[in-house]
Design a protein around this ligand. Structure first.
Ligand code: GOI
Length: 532
């Protein structure tokens, strides 16, 4: 029997006992038993069904995905404007973010939706070129400042905390023209941009995220289709961006520490995305393949910042250095950090922002590596395409993977406070979104298990996303919103989906509704067989 059912039964027993007591005289031993049972029930209820008192709920968006207003009021062009205009064929429905959900004009309505949900936080991102049209701090766009001031003040008026992402993929085209994140010069540009944001908004913003998903950003330099800036240099270009982004993050953190933290008292973190990788077979080859994949996708970014030793994960660093040498490169394709840089980067966090969606199976490589990168992590990643999934092909509902990755992070990085900065599910444009409801119910249950049974220090949860949005190469076909948006209507009306109501209930009651059964998402039921 499941623990939860056990606890349910105990609760029922106690309730029966209580009503029985109303009719009988309360003998001392009964009073003792009653008190004991009540105490047990309270503890169990707290541990299993309720979120901790100081927990936070949030909903998120990102600038390019919802704002629109792509060329309004002095905004500069970003790499997604360029890509979608030049290559609409890279986007599944040939669409772009020119108008998107029109949050540039409808932000007041969006803030009301958040108020209605009852969330404590709104996570949104600032469009770098809306503030700095050319990327550099030499030219500041007042209209951009005005827009984000309105959002921040609007949120605070309702008691909602802004959590601001400085960079969610919409790089000023002017900086891409200099090589974008492959150019170490970007570290300075980002530092200047971050300092400006603290100056402008830091009196009211207490929660900052420097960079959203550096792994995915690096893939834009590794020839992955439909990821701006679409540079095809796997194993070299993408690795150059890793060092730049990690250093840029550290600079932004240290600027805050040096110049703002004393007065503004906020927190700075980074949002890292990672799947859970489950070993395909229970043998040492697949188990280490799964571990290597997590180290490759998460460790390369997290280890320099969150580990006590700093630097890249040592095994992986060594592996890439040796491969590079054998291939005839003069030095490792993964640019190394100096001792000084290692200590500069280490510890530059106040919280760990985790974006998690799904689980993928890993096995020791079967195929010939198709590019340099595959050789570096030497694993195959597979999912069973016949398994139930959202309208995004990659998104299988695997709740237990959430618990496992939380535990992995706890173990590897000494249990840092984790704010889940994204988690969510995609539909194809419906209001009755039972699958998303099940997804959130089960993922939150697993998160609670990670917290209460495994001792993971999870401090907040963010639903991705508030609104149906421009879903990058998925266009408007993959819809992650708690609120439906009609993109053929010029007024872009928002309508609550069923999941918005359930999320609201969760935030109001501070627990996962008990009326939902335990859905089964079994490994056996869904064993992957076909390589991607
Ligand atoms: C967020 O990133 C992002 O921050 C938000 O902006 C965004 O709106 C949100 O995601 C929702 O998308 C079938 C190895 C086809 C290679 C199955 C393994 C392709 C390629 C499964 C696994 C996976 C969330 C694309 C992080 C990129 C989607 C990272 C989630 C492509 C697959 C795979 C598959 C795979 N990822 N992204 N892919």
């Amino acid at each position: 029997m499941l623990l939860k059912d056990l606890e349910h039964n105990q609760h029922e027993q106690a309730m029966k006992f209580l009503s029985a007591c109303e009719y009988e005289e309360a003998a001392p031993w009964r009073v003792f038993l009653l008190v004991a049972m009540l105490m047990r029930v309270t503890v169990v209820a707290n541990n299993t069904f309720r979120f901790p008192q100081n927990f936070s709920f949030s909903a998120a968006t990102s600038s390019y995905q919802v704002e629109g207003g792509w060329n309004e009021d002095g905004k500069g062009v970003n790499i997604w404007d360029s890509e979608t205009h030049k290559h609409p064929e890279l986007i599944s429905d040939f669409s772009n973010g020119d108008v998107a959900a029109d949050s540039y004009h409808k932000y007041t309505e969006d803030i009301k939706l958040l108020k209605d949900l009852g969330v404590q936080f709104y996570r949104f991102s600032i469009s770098w070129p809306r503030i700095l049209p050319n990327g550099h701090v030499t030219l500041v766009n007042q209209a951009g400042i005005h827009y984000y001031n309105n959002i921040i003040n609007g949120l605070l008026a309702y008691g909602i905390q802004p959590m601001v992402t400085m960079y969610h993929w919409d790089l000023p085209q002017a900086l891409q023209n200099l090589g974008g994140w492959t150019n170490i010069y970007m570290v300075e540009c980002f530092e200047d941009y971050a300092r400006l944001l603290y100056k402008l908004f830091g009196d009211r913003v207490r929660w900052w995220i420097t960079i959203n998903e550096p792994l995915i950003i690096s893939q834009g330099y590794a020839g992955e289709k439909g990821r701006a800036p679409n540079i095809n240099a796997p194993g070299t270009g993408d690795y150059l961006t890793i060092k730049t982004m990690v250093l840029a993050h550290a600079r932004a953190y240290r600027v805050y520490l040096r110049e703002f933290k004393d007065t503004q008292k906020g927190k700075v973190g980074i949002a890292l995305n990672i799947n859970w990788y489950e070993a395909y077979a229970n043998n040492s080859e697949d188990i280490s393949a799964a571990e290597r994949t997590i180290q490759y996708e998460l460790g390369l970014y997290a280890n320099p910042i969150f580990s006590t030793t700093g630097d890249y994960p040592p095994d992986l660093k060594e592996r890439i250095a040796q491969n590079s040498k054998a291939e005839g490169f003069r030095r490792s394709r993964l640019p190394s950090f100096t001792q000084q840089e290692i200590s500069y980067i280490r510890g530059t966090w106040d919280f760990f922002g985790l974006n998690h969606y799904t689980t993928v199976w890993a096995l020791a490589a079967l195929r010939e590596p198709v590019d340099l990168r595959m050789k570096d992590f030497g694993a195959e990643r597979i999912q069973d395409p016949s398994c139930p999934r959202g309208s995004s092909k990659w998104l299988m509902t695997v709740p237990w993977g959430f618990r496992k990755i939380l535990r992995w992070i706890k173990q590897k990085y000494n249990n840092p406070p984790v704010f889940v900065t994204e988690c969510g599910y995609s539909d194809d444009g419906r209001l009755q979104d039972e699958e998303r409801v099940k997804y959130y119910v089960e993922y939150l249950r697993e998160m609670l298990k990670a917290m209460y049974y495994d001792g993971c220090n999870v401090i907040g949860f963010t639903a991705w996303t508030l609104l149906d949005s421009f879903e990058w190469r998925g266009g408007y076909r993959e819809r992650f919103g708690l609120f439906y948006v009609n993109f053929s209507d010029p007024t872009r009306p928002r309508i609550a989906k069923e999941s918005a109501r359930v999320y609201k209930e969760i935030v109001r009651t501070w627990q996962v509704p008990t009326r939902y059964p335990q859905y089964s998402y079994d490994t056996q039921e869904c064993s992957p067989t076909i390589p991607l």
